[in-house]
Write a protein that binds this ligand. Structure first.
Ligand SMILES: *Cc1c(COP(=O)(O)O)cnc(C)c1O
Length: 369
């Protein structure tokens, strides 16, 4: 009996993608083995952390790195580090009032549910623009928004941002001229693998990645890469230090797991992975070509802007509700999870599938009428 069966649960086929609520991603056997190995022996955590951060920095061609327990925690710690720099004293001596007077500048178009962590820290946002193209933000707008209480500039590098903000190059140029660190949230921007160093080369102080997305690391892990000094400050605030870092525990298993995942990710044959994903879409399109109620269309890139194709399985009858199709997949054994994104159909995302699962999806969709 599997552990999920023992708990009365049934594992699903994840045709949605690397969604945290579905478990993030699937680790490789090599990563799982490394985590088991790490769990068997004690190790001084600070020594492990130093070694892992240095090894990951090297693998990703960055001067500095830190492993938090997720990209959202990375944002929290990055803003804390930026406040330390702005207030010119270790974060533990920064008063609540000094935090409350600190803000992070960002484009309204980049606001998202993950960014709420900044308010939890006690800092605020200074939003620029309107999240549309009525009045796009100018270089002067950004320059004038930065003052003595600006701790950092936040930039969401993702496919779903609304128009209206400046491009990253211009954002970094202005922020650097004003001596303010730029935090790039690229949580889901892998692949391509070059993104692990691209933003640092562009001048970002830190870039945040999720460990549990395409990196295929532990679900409760993240990755921060960039400037060496900035990440030393992050390490001095984050786990295992007392203070805010203490509640953001990262186990030795996660640290080792993320290291293994990064190592494999930089060495991986990304073209072969790309081709496998295309093949899954081709199998689905071919199998459902004559379906009476459904059509299959390849879409690219995906919702996060990753260079990964998906299949959109659309309802021929535009009057039908996509919820019917979502439910049909959900009632399958094993249940298939896929999202409609408010469109008349569902997206089948190959990035979280493994060999053979597409056949199960085909079987299930054939039964839909
Ligand atoms: C997924 C995501 C996050 C959160 O990542 P975690 O590792 O789950 O904390 C933050 N920002 C963006 C843009 C994301 O896509």
């Amino acid at each position: 009996m599997s552990i999920y069966e023992e708990l009365g649960l049934q594992p699903i086929i994840n045709a949605a993608g690397t969604y945290t609520v579905l478990g993030g991603s699937r680790m490789s056997e090599a990563t799982l083995a490394a985590m088991c190995e790490a769990a068997r022996d004690f190790i001084p955590i600070r020594e492990l952390q130093k070694a892992v951060n240095a090894a990951i920095a090297k693998l990703t061609r960055n001067p500095g790195a830190y492993v938090p327990n997720g990209a959202a925690t990375g944002l929290y710690l990055a803003v804390a580090a930026a406040i330390e720099i702005r207030r010119k004293k270790p974060f533990k001596y920064v008063t609540r009032d000094e935090i409350a007077r600190s803000h992070v500048v960002l484009y309204k178009a980049h606001r998202n549910p993950y960014d709420l962590v900044v308010q939890n820290l006690g800092a605020s946002y200074r939003e620029l623009g309107f999240g549309n193209l009525m009045h796009p933000v100018t270089v002067e707008d950004l320059d004038n928004a930065i003052d003595d209480d600006t701790a950092a500039v936040y930039f969401a590098a993702t496919g779903w941002v609304a128009p209206g903000g400046l491009p990253l190059e211009e954002t970094i140029a202005v922020a650097r001229r004003r001596g303010v660190p730029v935090i790039v949230d690229a949580a889901a921007q892998l692949p391509p693998v070059e993104n692990l160093w691209k933003y640092t080369e562009m001048g970002a102080a830190t870039t945040l990645f999720s460990g549990g997305k395409d990196l295929k690391g532990p679900q409760a892990s993240g990755l921060m890469v960039g400037d060496r000094e900035f990440h030393e400050i992050v390490a001095s605030i984050g786990f295992p230090n007392y203070g805010i870092g203490r509640m953001m525990k990262v186990g030795r298993e996660e640290m080792v797991g993320l290291y293994m995942a990064v190592k494999q990710f930089v060495e991986m044959d990304h073209d072969a992975r790309y081709q496998w994903r295309e093949d899954q879409i081709a199998i689905l399109s071919e199998a459902l070509r004559e379906h009476p109620a459904l059509t299959v269309t390849r879409t690219y890139p995906n919702e996060a802007g990753q260079p990964i194709a998906r299949a959109f399985v659309g309802l021929k009858d535009a009057g039908r509700n996509a919820a019917e199709l979502v439910e049909h997949l959900r009632r399958n054994h094993p249940p298939i999870h896929a999202y409609s994104e408010e469109l008349p159909g569902v997206f089948i995302n190959p990035m979280s599938l493994r060999d053979g699962e597409i056949d199960c999806i085909v079987e299930c969709l054939r039964r839909f009428s």
